[in-house]
Design a protein around this ligand. Sequence first.
Ligand code: ATP
Length: 235
Amino acid sequence: MAQITGENLTLGYDGKAVLRDLNFTVEAGDYLCIVGENGSGKTTLMKTLLGLQPPLAGRIRFGEGLTRKDIGYLPQQTEVQRDFPALVREIVCSGFQGRCGLRPFYTKEEKAEALRMLEKVGAADLAGRCYRELSGGQQQRVLLARALCAARKALLLDEPVTGLDPEAAATLYDLVDRLHAEGVTILMITHDVGPALRSATRILQIGGTVFCGSRQDYLQSEAGRRFARPEGGPA
Ligand SMILES: Nc1ncnc2c1ncn2[C@@H]1O[C@H](COP(=O)(O)OP(=O)(O)OP(=O)(O)O)[C@@H](O)[C@H]1O
């Protein structure tokens, strides 16, 4: 059984479908890129994966020791969030909130773990800085460390390089590659098809044409050729 299976999923709002009859699988260790035009339902699918929105029909099944709680989430940042007046180490620790219930403090172990995760993303030196004074690339690394505190088996990243300059984007992609190499399952929503196709093992394209399969099959498919090439993807 796969880690995540989408079975005949129909997703939408107020009984109106945005996506119909979607089937896909994610195996342990996959790097899945979710692509599709604006409005195709990528965010809706993500909310369903996180359990924030029930499907109109069909279901999502978790297997291979993965549960919904094992998925760390890197949200798309809004301007307000970028301006959050807290210290980096507090933001990273807040990844533990799902685990500590109503306890109003973090344990010594949690604080040490937060620092280890900051080290993992190459941002240990930022621990005492104020989050809102960081660059966009630094902020994304901090949020990645936070997501890793919340869960470490799988990461769901929503448009993680939006607003980053090419160098910061490349650094973030390298970091995600490293986590993937360490065995973390990656699910990434992206418009940035070129770099995504470089690292992905599987592609899920939604919208007009639906595709779910290996990167190689995607590149040879009609859907992949149309979607990938105009944006500079590999020929
Ligand atoms: N809360 C909501 N209530 C009703 N309709 C919604 C809601 N959120 C999104 N939609 C509609 O669902 C469709 C899919 O939206 P969604 O945000 O999932 O697309 P997306 O692929 O993530 O788009 P983008 O690439 O622009 O972020 C759109 O037509 C949108 O208008």
